[in-house]
Write a new protein. Sequence first.
Length: 113
Amino acid sequence: VQLQASGGGWVQAGGSLRLSCVASGIIFRNYFMGWYRQAPGEQRELVARIRSDGVTTYADFAKGRFTISRDNAKNTVYLQMNSLKPEDTAVYYCGAGFNGNYWGQGTLVTVSS
């Protein structure tokens, strides 16, 4: 199983980024897909999760600013992040399965004030 995340980078506060994660080695449409993040010295936390039929769940800090979506034909899950804040700085990971049975390598998002 491979989960290849991309799209991270440096952005100023208030800016936007779009993360992508391409999955292989799984029957993508059968899996919950999620985005998680881990800031330095912190535990990994759920950002958003999307069911195979598109039903979504968001952490409170992500509601209204982040949007998770998926394209089952492309085996890809996305995270659109708007109105970014310095506290959003973290490594962002995509995970397959309700609790992240499989993980990708992560992509670093840095938000400067």
